[in-house]
Design a protein around this ligand. Sequence first.
Ligand code: SF4
Length: 183
Amino acid sequence: MEMSLEYIISRAAKDAGIDETGEVSIRELEYRDEVRKICEGNSCRCYGTTWACPPGVGTLEECQKRLESYNRMMVFSKIYRLEDSFDFAGMRSAMNDFKDVTEAFDRGLGRDFPPHMVLSNESCHRCEVCTYPDEPCRFPDKLYQAIEGYGLVVSVLATRAGIKYNNGPDTLTFFGALLWGRS
Ligand code: SF4
């Protein structure tokens, strides 16, 4: 019996250790310039350093066009416990783990899964030295661009997907998104 794409997605999410998932409407996404301005402020020090963040992801219009070339979008999250709000090592380790979870989820979809795209919180730290901006990305199939870089407000996405954005004191929740299906 052929498995539905929804079944494959939900199995891959469970196997990867994803905590929550929920679908949102791509047509209702808001691509906000003020979010890009926060990226430009570079408090994360990722701006202009990889193909996962602005300006490497392209203009907001290009980002919108890229997302709108799909017709389904599922937001996913993973919750991490911290020792306290100063647990910076825990935050770093959670971020690294979430990148692994995102990749495991993508891999779990399988080679026969139709064309799709996976976004993830924050930048890409896969290579010691990124090729940006001189050469194309070394691993375009494993490049999970930053949701924030697309001008999307993650808390709004989470609410629309029916996922908890804030999971309480001493927790950190990371978000990603899967886009699939061609119009
Ligand atoms: S996979 Fe490597 S080359 Fe591609 S964006 Fe990430 S760090 Fe840069």
